[in-house]
Design a protein around this ligand. Sequence first.
Ligand SMILES: [Zn+2]
Length: 298
Amino acid sequence: MATLRKMTEFGATIKGNIAYKEIEGYQFNFVENQIANQHIFMIPLVATQQNITVLKNELKGPSKSLKLSVTQSNASMVTFLWQGSLKGLNLQSLKEYTDGLVAVLQKLSIQPHTLCPFCEQGEPDTTVSINGITVKGHEACKQNAIQELANAPVEVKKNPFAKSLFGALLGAAIGAIPWILVDLFVGFFAAILGVLIGYSAFYFYKKLGGVVVNYTKYIIIGSTIFGVIFANIVIATYVIVNSGGAIVFGNYVVVYSDPEIGPILLQSLGIGLLISLFSLPTIFKKVQSEEDTRTVIE
Ligand SMILES: [Zn+2]
């Protein structure tokens, strides 16, 4: 979030993961996308086909030095990408490219889109933030919309608990297969593949009709731990069968307490759990991004 923090120094206000600043009537909504190392922002503009074509040509040609491109547009919102290095993004470069873009928009007579998002009439008297993105609108329309949202019945989606839990456990077991195979047949220390277990658990959770709800992440943690332990037990089973033993509880005790094999198995289990747990924040983010989100108007 380093870039967003920089945005407050730049005079922007931050809502969630969007930083907002109005520059000469143009409403910059900066979205941070750290994964792709990209700097994306949206501006509500009067974006006719012709305006967009002229703008694209300008940014590719005469104003190439701004390192900006248009990535998406609809009639009222244009998304830009700044292609400079995020490492080089400082207040100076922020000011340069935003002021540069404002100058380009003014030169091309591309006006900010100022129609109210609710009634689509002009003469806005306030700013409205819809899911963090700030546009212009009417105070009365905004209050109406907030009221309507508050009165709307909350649609609660029910998660088929048993089925989705089974899916997550199945997914974790399937996700553990590459680990088991590499461990057994390549003899390579493969606990790093434990990361796959969480992803696979979440994938099969959804495949079996699981709905992403507030406890989904706990099911995924539980299943991931299950998957890691499952992989370890399968490897222990292989050791037992390979030495001609029967699959009985007593033999597992023998294998895990064997002075040579025991420590290897337990170390593999420990590292596998550690790696899987380290990967959970990333999986959580993925789960959360798919959670049902309600529209928020401020
Ligand atoms: Zn309105």
